[in-house]
Design a protein around this ligand. Structure first.
Ligand SMILES: Cc1cc2nc3c(=O)[nH]c(=O)nc-3n(C[C@H](O)[C@H](O)[C@H](O)COP(=O)(O)OP(=O)(O)OC[C@H]3O[C@@H](n4cnc5c(N)ncnc54)[C@H](O)[C@@H]3O)c2cc1C
Length: 456
């Protein structure tokens, strides 16, 4: 199986579940740095280009948690593949602003910033989003931000579609000239190398969970091959394919028409992780604090489980049985999730030690309708307070047909407290998590009804 590494066609002879970073460094690509090996720091960032309708779409991803199977037939660009005779404007801006100190993280920043200019979906003001997955241990952030903002002002490729965008970036010397021939080369590669993927094995989606847990994935079965991604509507539901990335969920027009997904999901991991991580991975990973699970539990989501022959549709809340035990059979995959597409009141809250790029201590979401001032169709969820992502059934039932008042919220808090069983761990004591859940239930109502008067 083959891929293009910078300008060279490479044949892969090793297990497809190995980390791309390990492969690159063994090949002598030492500009791709190894530090956390958990997708947290961005020193190993590469561009990954995929042929779509004769154009190549690039994204900057952390190569440490990118399995080799995901680069087959694609274009991988390391810092070596961005270097030109003279410094590119991105490299020059980092030098000019004094943004490179020890230099260890600098290649990762250059790759992420290049990814920003290649990404049609990131607006100009979002240049800082593109580097939110990069850490600088020297703390040169002020200088890095200055350099990034200067670049966003000076270089404009907005409203340019893929092919013209790449041409423009070559003219601006952000990209070397060889990028213009990559679509042809990938087209040829596609014709010459049909991939022989396994029929049986272990499902892999974005691998952002799996490659953190394991050094290499055995018998990987890549779900990206199955074309389960995308968001679409029918009269009753919004359907989200299991391999839809977290970032595509965040920016989805369909979802943002009903909820504040753009803001809410920006609290989940970091931009490069969101580009790679999928909805299905979040659901099946079954972390008790999985943000998307908590989000969709409160929207009373249903999921479809499919094997070779059958499909069954169940409530997401019935999927989780015990810690990491789910109602899923061998050979079944989650292929989509659906939620009702009617407008409703909805709020998501997440408390973590850092506001961004951190997993939750406790997270919670709520949805309901208001009919003659009475709560209807209430659904409340909370993470970090039980062995499973918790659908708070008793509290949701209690809220039904109630008018919103301080007394009702207080009683809801007492019932919610009786439904949970948090434990002491690195994210906080059980007592603290109970307190957080109380505060988040108040926060839901105060966010949805800012005029509400309650004494906390
Ligand atoms: C740096 C970093 C930050 C993170 N921050 C957060 C955060 O803020 N919030 C959060 O919730 N999570 C966070 N995560 C955890 C993780 O990335 C997510 O849970 C992610 O959604 C997993 O998705 P994936 O596609 O990468 O799953 P994978 O790692 O590919 O798979 C996870 C599990 O799900 C199974 N699986 C995947 N898809 C399917 C399917 N369709 N059907 C059946 N089984 C399937 C796989 O077999 C595997 O067992 C973070 C991870 C990293 C590395």
């Amino acid at each position: 199986m083959k891929f293009i590494l910078n300008q060279e066609i490479i044949k892969i002879d090793e297990p497809l579940g190995n980390s791309t970073l390990d492969f690159l460094r063994n090949k002598g690509m030492k500009g791709v740095k190894e530090a956390c090996h958990e997708g947290e720091c961005g020193t190993c960032m590469v561009l990954l280009g995929e042929l779509k309708d004769k154009n190549v779409e690039y994204k900057a991803v952390t190569s440490c948690i990118l399995p080799l199977g995901e680069i087959v037939g694609k274009h991988v660009v390391t810092i070596e593949g961005l270097n030109q005779v003279e410094l590119s404007p991105i490299q020059q801006a980092l030098v000019d602003e004094g943004a490179s100190q020890c230099g260890f993280c600098t290649p990762g920043f250059v790759v992420s910033l290049t990814g920003f200019f290649l990404n049609e979906k990131l607006g100009k003001k979002n240049i800082l989003t593109s580097i939110e997955g990069n850490l600088c241990r020297c703390g040169a952030y002020a200088a890095i931000i200055r350099a990034a903002e200067k670049l966003a002002k000076e270089i404009s490729v907005e409203d340019t579609k893929s092919k013209e965008r790449i041409q423009k970036l070559i003219e601006e010397r952000i990209l070397p000239a060889y990028f213009s021939d990559i679509p042809n080369q990938l087209e040829k590669l596609k014709e010459s190398s049909e991939t022989k993927l396994l029929k049986e094995g272990n499902y892999v989606a974005g691998a952002t969970d799996l490659l953190v847990q394991q050094e290499s994935l055995s018998n990987p079965l890549f779900l990206s091959e199955k074309e389960l991604s995308g968001i679409h509507l029918d009269e009753d539901y919004i359907y989200i394919g299991a391999t839809t990335s977290m970032e595509d969920i965040r920016i989805s027009e369909e979802l943002n028409a009903l909820f504040n997904t753009k803001q809410d999901i920006s609290l989940v991991s970091s931009f490069p992780i969101r580009l790679q991580a999928t909805l299905g991975g979040n659901l099946v990973n079954a972390s008790p604090i999985g943000d998307l699970i908590i989000y969709f539990l409160a929207l009373d989501a249903e999921i479809s489980l499919k094997n070779e022959k059958d499909r069954r549709i169940i409530k997401l809340r019935d999927f989780y049985k015990d810690y990491k035990i789910m109602d899923i059979e061998k050979g079944e995959i989650v292929d989509w999730l659906r939620i009702n597409n009617k407008e409703k009141l909805f709020n998501f809250e997440k408390v973590s030690r850092r506001k961004y790029m951190d997993i939750a201590s406790v997270n919670s979401a709520i949805s309901f309708d208001l009919n003659n001032d009475k709560i209807q169709n209430a659904h409340l969820s909370a993470g970090g307070v039980a062995p499973v992502p918790k659908y708070l059934e008793k509290t949701s039932n209690f809220l039904e047909n109630k008018n919103i008042s301080e007394d009702v919220i207080k009683e809801a808090v007492i019932i919610a407290d009786s439904e949970v069983s948090p434990i002491d761990d690195i994210r906080g004591t059980a007592r603290y998590k109970r307190l957080l859940l109380r505060q988040l239930i108040y926060a839901h109502f105060l966010t949805l009804f800012p005029e509400l008067e309650v004494s906390l």
